[in-house]
Unconditional design. Structure first.
Length: 489
């Protein structure tokens, strides 16, 4: 019996995104804590809706210990809403964990990183080996592998989630993210809008493991164009010296520019670095193998591959200088012809590979030239602004001299008084201030002479003493009163 929205109690909202809301819920029948994603499919076309339903049905078939379990789906056609009921991961996601370590300024232990690495390999192996049952025989690819889509349970075991949905909902996120966000985990073939395959998932896995070690993505840039240049160049810094060379070499092998040069998931599981951890999950490695192999039919193609390899080896034996003429004679004419054809094919492939490398280098040079032109334009603009600013400062400085010849901007603090205020009189501050240093002791202000009140007070005291002693001031011919000395009428 299909589930209904009334079968769940909403606890609280966990997060939100372009797809909609993510809510933590409790199933009423058994009180199990789950998560549902509320998505709006009303803006999709009819084929996209059918593709979404097919994708959701496919995700329900993925059952693995390290993959988020999709329990059920609920479609509300009246509101054009789709609800996905999924497993709840109490440990959060790797993006939050990386942010925590970055704030605390410490690195994760290599043993923990290797554990996460192996669990992600096993999850992707199960995903790539699972064949779709809806008519499409292609592999199930994640297409959006990043720390925010890798969750942890209460025991810090991996739960891989959110694969395939973003591609369906947003018209192939691997290309659409070029215009939406910064695609730190996109492979070079995605940047070139080439075909997406399982080796592209492997590139994203290498970027993710690198970020677990360094706490930053291997390729960063301030904008999309420079990021594309860095990814296509494929150069990145070594992970911190805390980690082993074996781990660094493993990450480097996953971040090779050519997809065919990257190792497979099976190759990674055979590495001595991961062998002990893989042994702990051996029960999860062996069941994935039969799912990935479609029983007996592929045996014949494998034989053809072996024959082709043997032909290449025979060709190398022929072309080597150490090959004797007797060995060449022992080859049949058909074998010699096949060896020559194989050699020609190998040369043509080598030429094609070189041609692709040259084109890639030309594109990189063009992008570098464009980036350099942008930097030059920015530098010229900054220089022009600086010169204009200096010119304005000179004009501003010449126009802002006060009446005493001093720069008004040099005054730390200026207080302005009314024209008749005593504070405007230089004698109010004394005779030795900076205005008198300019030799303008007379006719300061509005044509008034400078009055020395200290001298006046000294004369007043002297005259007062003489008046008390002699009754009059002998200095003057006529009687001079104190009011006259003070300049009072």
């Amino acid at each position: 019996m299909p589930s209904k929205l009334s079968d769940y109690d909403i606890l609280y909202q966990i997060g939100s995104g372009s797809y909609g809301k993510c809510l933590k819920v409790r199933r009423r029948s058994d009180s199990k804590i789950l998560v549902w994603k509320d998505m709006d499919y009303g803006s999709m076309t009819e084929p996209e809706k059918q593709q979404l339903v097919s994708e959701v049905n496919l995700l329900r078939e993925l059952k693995h210990r390290f993959i988020v379990r999709y329990h059920d789906r609920i479609i509300d056609r009246s509101k054009s809403r789709l609800y996905l009921i999924m497993e709840y991961c109490a440990g959060g996601d790797l993006a939050s964990l990386i942010t925590k370590y970055r704030k605390e300024r410490r690195f994760m232990e290599e043993e923990f990183i290797l554990k996460i690495f192996v669990q992600l390999i096993l999850a992707l192996q199960s995903c790539h080996g699972q064949r779709q049952k809806s008519g499409n025989q292609g592999k199930i690819l994640h297409r959006d592998l990043k720390p925010a889509n890798v969750f942890l349970d209460e025991n810090h075991n991996v739960k891989l989630g959110d694969f395939g949905l973003a591609r369906v909902l947003h018209h192939d996120t691997s290309f659409a993210k070029t215009f939406v966000g910064t695609p730190y985990y996109m492979s070079p073939e995605q940047m070139s809008k080439a075909h997406y395959n399982e080796k592209s998932d492997l590139w994203s896995l290498g970027c993710l493991v690198y970020e677990l070690c360094a706490l930053v993505p291997p390729f960063t840039a301030p904008n999309q164009r420079l990021l594309a240049v860095k990814i296509k160049e494929g150069r990145f810094r070594r992970i911190p010296s805390k980690y082993s060379d074996e781990l660094h070499n493993c990450i480097s092998s996953m971040l090779r520019l050519t997809s065919t040069a990257r190792p497979s998931l099976e190759d990674l599981l055979q590495l001595p670095l991961l062998r002990n951890i893989v042994a702990e999950y051996s029960e999860h490695v062996t069941p994935a193998q039969p799912e990935a192999k479609p029983s007996t039919p592929p045996a014949e193609p494998q034989e053809r591959v072996l024959q082709a390899i043997e032909g290449k080896l025979a060709e190398r034996r022929i072309s080597s200088s150490s090959t004797s003429s007797g060995e060449v004679r022992r080859l049949s004419p058909d074998a010699a012809l096949r060896a020559k054809e194989s050699a020609l094919d190998e040369k043509s492939r080598e030429l094609e590979r070189r041609e692709r490398d040259l084109k890639r280098k030309e594109r990189l040079l063009d992008e570098r030239e464009k980036a350099a032109e942008e930097k030059m334009k920015t530098a010229e603009s900054l220089i022009r602004q600086y010169r204009e600013l200096r010119s304005d400062q000179k004009l501003f400085g010449a126009a802002n001299k006060d009446k005493y010849g001093l720069d008004a901007m040099d005054h730390r603090k200026q207080v302005h008084f009314a024209a008749e205020a005593k504070e405007n009189d230089p004698a109010y501050y004394g005779l030795d201030n900076y205005r008198y240093a300019l030799g303008k002791k007379e006719n300061y202000g509005a044509g008034k002479p400078v009055v020395d009140y200290r001298r006046k007070l000294r004369d007043l005291k002297l005259n007062e003493e003489q008046t008390k002693k002699y009754g009059r001031v002998p200095k003057f011919d006529s009687d001079v009163k104190v009011r006259h000395i003070l300049g009072m009428r």
